[in-house]
Design a protein around this ligand. Structure first.
Ligand code: FE2
Length: 225
């Protein structure tokens, strides 16, 4: 009998451990795989930049987001509001970094470039006059980001219109402006310096050659629902 009680306890402990492991693993964010090789966007973005950007920089945001969320959950469980507040900047920075880069990789494609089709193109023409004018406006806003940040084409749900915006650091577009992101251009130096040095305008000019307009069109469809 004692033997059976011991077995049940061990079984229960093992089950609890498994549940905790599953719960912990479900909360963890992971680095998304790219659907193309690191060298696939050459000559516009070289393989060394892509490899470091994805496997080092984005991976660091993911790791730090997981660490921050763990600390936040501990603070939440303890009712420790001071620590919850103190963790907000790290949550914004690393959470934004993960969100932004996850969008960025899918916004690029070795088969990209050219112009969007269908509803997205119609919306661009309606809100900016032409595709060329949108490109010029977004390029200017992106190049003008002071220090590190992102240029964005976003969808404003209230008006149903497209907007250009710039965000500092890793501020996520929707979380800080309400605009739903369609296309983001990363202008942190880690995104271009190894190839373009300090000439950010050349990098912004080149990136249009690898924009995955199909992905941006899908984002617009999802945003409108
Ligand atoms: Fe980046």
């Amino acid at each position: 009998m004692l033997c059976r009680v011991g077995q049940i306890r061990r079984c229960a402990a093992s089950l609890n451990q498994t549940i905790n492991q599953v719960a912990a693993s479900r909360q963890k964010h992971t680095l998304p795989d790219l659907t193309y090789d690191y060298g696939a966007l050459e000559p516009h973005i070289n393989a060394e930049i892509m490899q470091l950007h994805h496997s080092k920089h984005h991976a660091t945001y993911v790791n730090n987001l997981n660490v921050t969320e763990e600390k936040y959950q501990e603070a939440l469980a303890k009712g420790d509001v001071t620590t919850q507040v103190a963790l907000q900047p790290a949550l914004k920075f690393n959470g934004g970094g993960h969100i932004n880069h996850t969008i960025f990789w899918t916004s690029l494609s070795p088969n990209g470039g050219g112009e969007p089709q269908g509803e997205l193109m119609e919306a661009i023409k309606r809100d900016f006059g032409s595709f060329q004018k949108m490109k010029e406006k977004m390029s200017a806003a992106t190049v003008a980001v002071q220090g590190s940040g992102w240029g964005w084409l976003g969808y404003e749900k209230e008006s149903g219109r497209l907007r250009i915006a710039a965000c500092a650091n890793q501020d996520p577009l929707q979380g800080t402006t309400g605009l739903i992101p369609l296309l983001g251009i990363d202008v942190w130096e880690h995104a271009y310096y190894l190839q373009y040095k300090n000439v950010r305008p050349d990098y912004v000019k080149a990136i249009w050659n690898v924009i995955n307009w199909e992905n941006e069109s899908e984002r617009l469809q999802t945003a409108k629902k």
